[in-house]
Design a protein around this ligand. Structure first.
Ligand code: NDP
Length: 483
C-alpha cells in the first residue's frame, strides 16, 4: 500500500476528505503516491490561521526571515538530484531537466533571501514646512498561490519566495497532476523557523478547492500561472472582493530566423525551444518564422534534428524528450495534429503516438511546414511538442507576423545584423525578447511576464515582484512643536 501524503493545514499535516493517485507518465504502472484532497473547512481554517501568522512573520527581524529563505534555497540546491528525479517521475521530463528545475527553484529562494535585507524605502521633504515623508512597502497579507504542473517546483518557488520575503503568508494550491513535488517543497518549508500556519499546502482540484480559494475574501492577493480561460475566471472572482491579482498564462511565441542567420545555431535554438519540456512551456517556440532565402536549408536541418531526438522514459539515461504529462494533454495534442492537417499545413515529421516498452503518454516531436499565421495551430497555445514553420519574404514581414497574435510572452530573432536585432528588440510586442537565443529560458533576477493574453498584473521575479507582493505606505512626520 502506498503512503498517503497529507496536506499541510494551519501548521499540521492532515488527511483530507478523499485522496488521488499520482502515476508516472513515463510508466503508468509506477505509482508515485496517494495524495490527500483538502476539504472546504480545512481551507477556511488555514486561511484564518494564515492571517494571524502573517502578522507574526512580518514582525520577524529581516535577518531571521533571510535565514529561513536561505535554508530553503540551500536545501533545494543540495537535494536537486533527488527532488529532480521525483519531479521527473511525476511530470515526465528528463531527470536532467528536473534536477535543473529544482536547483533553479533553490536559487529563487537564495535570491529573495538576499532581498530580505535590501528593502529600502524613499524619503522626501513635504511641501509643508517641518514635515518629512517616509515611503515604504509593507506586506499585502495572505497570498493565494495557484501553480501549474509543467514547472511544478520552479513556478511555485518564484511565487512563494518573494511572497515570504516581503512578509506575507502563503496558501498554496499546486496542480493536482504534480502533488509530489509540492509535498516535497512543503516538507522543507515546514521544518523552518516560521510561525504556525504561515505557509499552507492545500491539494485538491482547481474546480473545487482552487475556486473556493480564489473566491475567498480572506485572501489579499492571488498569483496564478496556467491557462487563459482559468485565468479569466480567477480575475472575475478576484474582482468581486477587490483582491489583487497577477497572472501568467499561455503564449504563441515566435522565433524569427533571418536570411543572415547562422542556420545551425537557428536549428539548435528551434529544437530546444520547441521540444524542451516536451513543448509544455509557456515560452516554447511554437512558431518558426523563417526567411524564404534560408527556408529550405533550415527546414531540412530542422526535420533531421527533430527525427534524431530520443523520446523515452523520463528517468532513463539518454532521453532527450519525455512523455506528455497526461492522457488528456496527449489527446489534445493529437487533435491539434489533425487540426493542422485539416487546415492545410503539411506535417513534415512526427506528431504521432508512440508505442514504447513502458505504457505511458508518448508522442514524437512534430514539425508542420507550409503553414500560415491565420491557422489555428499558429494562433492557439498547443502546449505540445509541435512547432510550425511559416515562410516570409522579408524582415518586415517576419516582425509583422511575430506581432500578429493575441499573446505576447516571448519572441526571438536569429540574425547577425545589429541593426535588425536592435529594431526587433524595440518593436517586438512581447514582455521578453531574445537575440540569437531560444525563446525559452529566463533569469531569476530580472522581470518576467508578457503582454496581451499572456499576462495580467505586475511582473514576476527580480525586484519587480515587490510590486505585487507589497503595498505602499506613505507616512507624514512632523516633529511637533518647533525646536
Ligand atoms: P489550468 O489553467 O486548468 O490549471 C492551472 C492551475 O489552475 C492548476 O493548479 C489548476 O488546478 C488550477 N485551476 C484550475 N481551475 C481552477 C479554478 N476554477 N480556480 C482556481 N484554480 C484553478 O491548466 P491545465 O493544467 O488544465 O492545462 C491546460 C492548458 O493550460 C495547457 O494545455 C496550456 O495550454 C495551459 N497552461 C499554461 C501554463 C503556463 O505556464 N502558462 C501552465 C499550465 C497550463 P488543477 O490542475 O488541480 O485542476
Amino acid at each position: 500500500m502506498s503512503e498517503l501524503h497529507q496536506n499541510y493545514i494551519a501548521g499540521e499535516w492532515v488527511s483530507g476528505t478523499s485522496e488521488i493517485e499520482n502515476r508516472n507518465p513515463s510508466d503508468l504502472t509506477d505509482l508515485v503516491g496517494l495524495f490527500a484532497q483538502a476539504s472546504a473547512d480545512q481551507l477556511d481554517a488555514t486561511l484564518d490561521r494564515a492571517r494571524q501568522a502573517q502578522v507574526e512573520w512580518a514582525a520577524y527581524g529581516m535577518e531571521r526571515k533571510q535565514a529561513v529563505l536561505m535554508a530553503i534555497g540551500n536545501e533545494l540546491m543540495a537535494r536537486a538530484e533527488e527532488l529532480g528525479t521525483l519531479l521527473s517521475r511525476e511530470e515526465g521530463k528528463p531527470i536532467a531537466e528536473g534536477k535543473g528545475e529544482v536547483y533553479r527553484a533553490g536559487q529563487f529562494f537564495t535570491y529573495y533571501a538576499a532581498e530580505c535585507l535590501r528593502q529600502l524605502g524613499e524619503n522626501a521633504d513635504s511641501v509643508r514646512d517641518g514635515v518629512e515623508i517616509d515611503v515604504r512597502r509593507e506586506a499585502v497579507g495572505v497570498v493565494a498561490i495557484i501553480s501549474p504542473w509543467n514547472f511544478p517546483t520552479a513556478t511555485a518557488s518564484w511565487k512563494i519566495a518573494p511572497a515570504l520575503c516581503y512578509g506575507n503568508a502563503v496558501v498554496w494550491k499546486p496542480a493536482n497532476i504534480t502533488p509530489a513535488s509540492a509535498v516535497a517543497l512543503t516538507e522543507i518549508i515546514a521544518r523552518q523557523d516560521i510561525p504556525k500556519g504561515l505557509f499552507s499546502l492545500v491539494m485538491g482540484s482547481g474546480r473545487d478547492i482552487g475556486q473556493r480559494l480564489v473566491e475567498s475574501p480572506k485572501v489579499n492577493a492571488i498569483s496564478f500561472t496556467g491557462s487563459v480561460p482559468v485565468g479569466k475566471g480567477i480575475a472575475s472572482a478576484a474582482i468581486q472582493n477587490l483582491t489583487k491579482v497577477q497572472m501568467e498564462m499561455g503564449s504563441k511565441n515566435a522565433l524569427a530566423v533571418m536570411d543572415d542567420a547562422d542556420i545551425d545555431l537557428a536549428v539548435t535554438l528551434a529544437l530546444g525551444g520547441a521540444f524542451g519540456g516536451t513543448g509544455q512551456k509557456c515560452t516554447a517556440s511554437s512558431r518558426l518564422i523563417v526567411h524564404s532565402a534560408v527556408h529550405d536549408a533550415f527546414v531540412e536541418k530542422l526535420i533531421a534534428g527533430t527525427k534524431a531526438m530520443k523520446v523515452g522514459h523520463g528517468q532513463e539515461e539518454g532521453t532527450q524528450m519525455g512523455p506528455v504529462v497526461s492522457e488528456q494533454q496527449l489527446n489534445e495534442n493529437l487533435a491539434y495534429v489533425d487540426l493542422g492537417k485539416s487546415e492545410g499545413a503539411e506535417l513534415a515529421c512526427g506528431g504521432v503516438r508512440l508505442e514504447m516498452p513502458h505504457d505511458g503518454y508518448y508522442m514524437s516531436p512534430g514539425v508542420f511546414v507550409n503553414s500560415n499565421n491565420a491557422m489555428r495551430i499558429n494562433r492557439e497555445e498547443m502546449f505540445a511538442p509541435l512547432t510550425s514553420v511559416i515562410k516570409v519574404d522579408s524582415y518586415e514581414e517576419a516582425l509583422t507576423t511575430v506581432n500578429d497574435t493575441n499573446f505576447g510572452l516571448t519572441s526571438g530573432v536569429v540574425t547577425q545584423s545589429l541593426a535588425r536585432a536592435t529594431h526587433f528588440r524595440r518593436n517586438a510586442r512581447t514582455g521578453v525578447v531574445t537575440v540569437n537565443l531560444p525563446t525559452a529560458g529566463t533569469d531569476y533576477h530580472v522581470p518576467f511576464g508578457g503582454r496581451g493574453d499572456s499576462s495580467y498584473g505586475p511582473r514576476e521575479q527580480g525586484k519587480a515582484a515587490a510590486e505585487f507582493y507589497t503595498t505602499v505606505k506613505t507616512a507624514y512626520i512632523s516633529a511637533g512643536k518647533p525646536f
